[in-house]
Design a protein around this ligand. Structure first.
Ligand code: NI
Ligand code: MN
Length: 260
């Protein structure tokens, strides 16, 4: 009988809380995605893990007065070209972040902490984030001619975030048919796709990719940085429409933070 008392007290407290209109559901935590222009992103997860992707933080479109992130847990680098390696080495030195890329490129970059893998592999970068290394149709030389070194394969990343979105950062790539497998296996909720053309997919290619990927959200990147990268988000929208693809296109300005 006496044992029932604490139970009844708890039940009563719970009922009272509900009667007082205590919130039944907490607002869903969000993942913050800041575009630094070109293919550079800084992602902050609901648990506070910070990941920089292709951090060329001094690209021509980068926000001029923005402070570099103070805390970075991992830096993901899709391939060896300088517009993607960017400020990786300085940022890793400043923050102690682990660099995740191809085995060859992490060795060439030589940062204190790194985890080099290859396509098909998965790397857990924190308790709440796993990164899958996936195919990209591109090259990955590192350094300047005539001393270009072999940087391993170019790749894309599937970034699985606990209580958050599954992001696909395609790196530099043309479209390829096994994007259908990426959709099937990882079900990305947001696809970050290059649209500039010349070195990567153009808006038409990116629309075909988006259709295969079935991601509800598409975020264009790798356009407008140089005159040769002529694709625009408006062209992407029109190509998606022609394809009958329903993905919403988010178009942040450099320095802007999206919440997903
Ligand atoms: Ni490239
Ligand atoms: Mn590039």
């Amino acid at each position: 009988m006496f044992r029932l008392v604490p139970f009844l007290a708890l039940a009563l407290a719970a009922l009272t809380a509900q009667a007082q209109g205590a919130p039944k559901k907490r607002a869903k935590p969000q993942t913050e995605l800041t575009w630094w222009g070109h293919s550079a992103w800084v992602v902050k997860t609901p648990a506070g893990t910070v990941i920089a992707i292709d951090p060329w933080l001094q690209n021509p479109k980068a926000p001029k007065d923005a402070a570099w992130p103070e805390k970075v847990d991992a830096i993901l680098v899709t391939h060896g070209h300088s517009d993607h390696v960017g400020n990786t080495v300085e940022l890793a030195k400043k923050t102690g972040a682990t660099v995740v890329s191809s085995f060859e490129l992490t060795n060439l970059l030589g940062t204190e902490k790194s985890n080099g893998g290859n396509i098909g592999g998965a790397i857990k970068v924190s308790d709440d984030v796993t990164v899958h290394l996936v195919e990209a149709v591109h090259s990955s030389g590192f350094g300047q001619a005539p001393d270009i070194k072999y940087g391993g394969p170019a790749m894309g990343f599937i970034i699985q975030i606990a209580n958050g979105p599954t992001l696909y950062h395609a790196g530099d790539t043309g479209f390829f048919k096994s994007m259908e497998l990426i959709a099937q296996v990882y079900r990305p909720t947001a696809a970050l796709l290059p649209i500039g053309g010349h070195f990567t997919m153009d808006p038409r290619g990116a629309a075909l990719a988006a259709k295969m990927l079935k991601a509800p959200t598409v975020i264009p990147m790798h356009y407008g940085t140089f005159p040769v990268l002529t694709g625009t988000p408006a062209q992407l929208r029109s190509e998606l429409k022609k394809e009958g693809a329903r993905a919403q296109v988010l178009e942040p300005k450099p320095g802007e933070t999206l919440k997903l």
